[in-house]
Design a protein. Structure first.
Length: 174
């Protein structure tokens, strides 16, 4: 039975190089491999304008539907893939129903995922400031004031500088 699982098409998770999910998806689709990259939309601010961008819901992960024994090497041969995710020593298989539910959830409730991403901002977390005079600098979340603003501890020049900033102007610093 186990051999049949790896000899039939199933969904697997590929761990990609950082920020290479879209490149890997494109490359694998050219090789006729079915992929699924859950994308979220977010409004981001450039220096001169606001723009809606799409980014992966799961950083560094791409779902592929392959026959493991015959197509896994094609997937791993791509320069943007790192490995196929394993669980308990075996390639992890994602149920077709789970992929379909994820697609429905992303289409119908994308704002819920965005809210969960913002909820990751917790006291003590390291964040990077995306906009304003401190753009590009790292800071530590000191206090969450309300659903819109948080207070940051920004170590600068040997002193602590505290500032209040909107959540959307921050990202988790990895």
């Amino acid at each position: 039975m186990e051999n049949e699982i790896y000899h039939n098409p199933n969904w697997f998770v590929v761990y990609t190089k950082p920020r290479c999910e879209k490149k890997l998806k494109q490359s694998l689709e050219k090789a006729k491999i079915q992929t699924f990259l859950p994308l979220l939309k977010q409004r981001r601010r450039w220096s001169d304008r606001w723009k809606i961008i799409e980014f992966p819901a799961f950083s560094s992960y791409l779902f592929v539907k392959i026959i493991y024994y015959t197509e896994s090497q094609k997937v791993l041969a791509d320069k943007n893939s790192v490995c196929i995710v394993h669980f308990a020593g075996k390639p992890a298989i994602i149920a077709e129903e789970d992929i379909e539910l994820l697609k429905i959830f992303l289409n119908e409730y994308p704002e819920k995922i965005k809210l969960q991403e913002l909820e990751k901002l917790q006291t003590g977390k390291l964040v990077k400031i995306k906009h304003g005079p401190f753009a590009g600098r790292s800071a530590i979340v000191e206090k969450i004031k309300n659903s819109v603003y948080i207070v940051l501890n920004l170590p600068a020049v040997g002193k602590t500088l505290k500032l209040e900033i909107k959540k959307e102007d921050l990202e988790l610093d990895e």
